[in-house]
Design a protein around this ligand. Structure first.
Ligand SMILES: [Zn+2]
Length: 169
């Protein structure tokens, strides 16, 4: 079900490809997601292969949480200085998809009206447990940059469930 550390995507392809790292501190690093939901969608990942949220304390917890606003600022800076690098990143995902379906997700990003628009707000969250959609067991936070008045995560989920008649979410 879950990958072991040897197979862990965060301990392997994400962690070793340093040019994709957009921000880091001692215990955490941030990258653009290989399966993005929104342009600039980033992941904040613990540097150690940690899996239990209850077990992270002290400086690891501090660095992990501190990385959230820092990553957002790093994304804003990319949009200020070199927004085309985001577009290039998605084109590269199509050329060399690192994960199953990466190219389909990246194609959606290239068509997205906010592809080159600097974000001004963000949502963040974590899928914790298989039933909650967690697929990589290594602790990570999703950061979703936002640009205009829109729905919060809880409201968006409610709308999605209602529109798609989903009862077993
Ligand atoms: Zn790992």
């Amino acid at each position: 079900m879950f990958a072991s550390q040897e197979e862990c995507i965060f301990c392997n392809s994400y962690n070793k490809d340093n040019k994709k790292v957009i921000w880091e501190n001692k215990e955490a690093f941030s990258v653009l997601n290989y399966k993005p939901s929104i342009p600039g969608h980033a992941l904040i990942i613990t540097k150690q292969h940690l899996t239990d949220l209850k077990e992270i304390t002290g400086s690891i917890l501090e660095d992990f949480i501190h990385a959230i606003p820092q990553t957002f600022e790093a994304i804003q800076l990319i949009y200020e200085q070199d927004p085309e690098s985001i577009e290039e990143f998605y084109k590269e995902l199509i050329k060399n998809p690192p994960e199953f379906n990466s190219s389909q997700f990246a194609e959606q990003m290239l068509k997205h009206p906010h592809l080159l628009v600097k974000p001004i707000a963000y949502n963040w969250g974590m899928n914790y447990g298989f039933e909650a959609g967690q697929r990589a067991i290594h602790l990570h936070i999703h950061l979703f940059p936002r640009r205009e008045m829109g729905l919060g995560i809880a409201t968006a989920m409610r709308k999605h469930l209602a529109e798609n008649n989903i009862t077993n979410f």
